[in-house]
Design a protein around this ligand. Structure first.
Ligand code: AKG
Ligand code: FE2
Length: 282
């Protein structure tokens, strides 16, 4: 589902309870929602230019990453220092309202990285970014992590928008734990689901944000354009799940993070340079 934020909501910096409830409901039932037009295009242009330059270096040195390390896909972190850290990307208040509604008080961010789908890329295996927390349940448990995806340009079939499988966050499949994370679902299970509810593209207009349950099946597919498609990723997480180290940012971008937002940004500011090109996670 796509949610349009009204002019009045934008002016006040907050979506109404009713809008938040609609978005949260979509995340719970469909496993995803797109919040339209809530990131400044100038910020996205700055990110696109720099992330293109960084991607060029990784493409030249053939450093494929992401699920299955498939050709043409990069694990690609945006620069964690000024002037590339923007509040409406790293701590978007509208997005925070939705993830807070689903995950509750104490929700925090535990990830700041991204996936870049380069021209000439291959097809990833269908996968969730994380499995359900417990095996052998009869019914799916509630969400515990939501992936927040922001692309610095329009995404569609034309530039390899991520493929997503609606409703699969609630599908009960006993994965084969002996296999690697991306091969745990058997082909027959995937094809049976395709018959029932086919996948779609997580297309989003520039300035929009895709929020998806971390259990939702998805995959990177070929990018037929001549420009890399970046997809910044944050992971908003329920307060009791695995809060480890704070996310490191270089000193000088503190102002991008609000004091009292709906989501704890979980950041630490450091003096040393961060080797984000070689260590793109988290
Ligand atoms: O870039 C994409 O479209 C998807 C990437 C992905 O899902 C992954 O690497 O885990
Ligand atoms: Fe993934």
């Amino acid at each position: 589902m796509n949610i349009e934020v009204t002019a009045e909501e934008k002016r006040s910096g907050q979506m109404s309870d009713e809008t938040v409830a609609r978005a949260a409901d979509a995340v719970r039932t469909e496993g995803y929602v797109v919040i339209e037009d809530v990131v400044d295009h100038d910020h996205l242009d700055v990110l696109k230019t720099r992330m293109d330059e960084d991607a060029e270096r990784k493409i030249r040195s053939v450093r494929w990453g992401g699920a299955g390390a498939v050709q043409g896909h990069l694990q690609h972190k945006p620069p964690p220092f000024a002037p590339y850290v923007f509040g409406d990307v790293v701590a978007n208040g509208f997005v925070g309202q939705v993830t807070h509604a689903v995950l509750g008080d104490g929700v925090y961010n535990r990830f700041y990285s991204g996936n870049t789908n380069c021209p000439g890329s291959g097809t990833q295996p269908v996968h969730p970014d994380h499995l359900p927390l417990w095996a052998g349940l009869e019914q799916a448990h509630p969400a515990y992590q939501l992936v927040v995806n922001i692309s610095p340009e329009n995404t569609s079939e034309k530039n390899g928008a991520v493929e997503i499988w609606p409703g699969t966050h609630l599908v009960m499949v006993e994965p084969d734990y002996s296999k690697t994370a991306t091969e745990r679902f058997q082909k027959e299970v995937i094809e049976a689901r395709r018959e029932e509810v086919p996948p779609i593209r997580g297309s989003a207009k520039k300035g929009s944000v895709l929020i998806r349950d971390i259990r939702l099946w998805h995959r990177g597919v070929p990018n037929p354009s001549d420009s890399p498609r970046h997809m910044i990723a944050l992971i908003h997480t329920i307060r009791w799940y695995g809060k480890g180290e704070a996310l490191k940012f270089e000193r000088g971008c503190e102002d991008a993070f609000p004091e009292n937002g709906p989501v704890d940004p979980n950041v630490e500011f450091v003096d040393e340079l961060i080797d984000y090109m070689n260590n793109p996670r988290p």
